[in-house]
Write a protein that binds this ligand. Structure first.
Ligand code: KIV
Length: 256
């Protein structure tokens, strides 16, 4: 059955929410068949798929194309698409671009910070996932956020503002365990952690990280569930050797 934002909200305090990123049809189909609750087309796309240094070069066109591919692969999971940097600089721009992502197949969108924009979108019937803590589109310091009282209080306030704006969930990225727990207890909507410890209502990982496909960065919070990078290299290596030796194709891969 198709997961809704209502279902996600109702899971708070009852069942942990499992979220993964995906960027293409095959991965989305596989994780959907395994029962993932939310598939996020993250703008991490820029780094793990398109090979940019960061997320800032990702365009609306990139997000729309990959959102469509994911939506075609996933039947049940709720689909959330990231709004890329500079696609929500004001309310009207945000609404236009959010609608384009929904038309491409997203059920909901995600933005970083910006409670006023979130409220405008929600008022215009677009479901919004918030994202606070380390927010790569505007970050100047890619470290754990909210370590002192002032910045921690600011993050708690921001989470409450996003809740009040009508967001159905909030991603907490790279915040200390104790602060993530406090934020989770301070809002009635689910928190989805990445590098935010075990007390969040759900967890998200970049699929290419947890599959061992992206080796440019290895953040402490990633748990590698597979080493597909290694599996891929072995397969490519064997194929190249077979071709060089004339061992591929064999008769069973040939037509007569
Ligand atoms: O872009 C992304 O993949 C994200 C997750 C890290 C939450 O925003």
């Amino acid at each position: 059955m198709k997961t809704t934002t209502e279902k996600i909200k109702s899971m708070k305090g009852k069942e942990k929410i499992a979220v993964l990123t995906a960027y293409d049809y095959s991965a989305a189909k596989a994780m959907d068949e395994c029962g993932v609750d939310i598939i996020l087309i993250g703008d991490s796309l820029g780094m793990v798929v398109l090979g940019y240094e960061n997320t800032l070069s990702v365009t609306m066109e990139d997000m729309m194309r990959h959102t469509g591919a994911v939506a075609r692969g996933a039947k049940n999971a709720l689909i959330a698409a990231d709004m890329p940097a500079n696609s929500y600089n004001d309310n009207e721009m945000a609404a236009l671009n959010a609608e384009a992502l929904i038309k491409s197949g997203a059920d909901t969108i995600k933005i970083e910070n910006e409670p006023e924009i979130a409220k405008f979108l929600v008022d215009n019937k677009i479901d919004v996932m918030g994202h606070i803590g380390l927010t790569p589109q505007t970050a100047t310091n890619f470290k754990v956020q909210g370590k002192d009282k002032e910045t921690a209080d600011k993050l708690i306030r921001l989470a409450k503002e996003l809740e009040k704006a009508g967001c159905y969930s909030i991603v907490l990225e790279c915040v200390p365990v104790e602060l993530a727990k406090k934020i989770t207890e301070s809002v009635s909507i689910p928190t989805i952690g990445i590098g935010a410890g075990p007390y969040c209502d759900g967890q998200v990982l970049v699929s290419n990280d947890m599959l061992g496909l992206y080796d440019r960065l290895s953040p402490k919070f990633v748990k590698k569930y597979a080493d597909l990078g290694k599996v891929m290299k072995t397969a490519f290596d064997n194929y190249i050797k077979d071709v060089k030796k004339g061992k591929f194709p064999e008769d069973k891969q040939s037509f007569h």
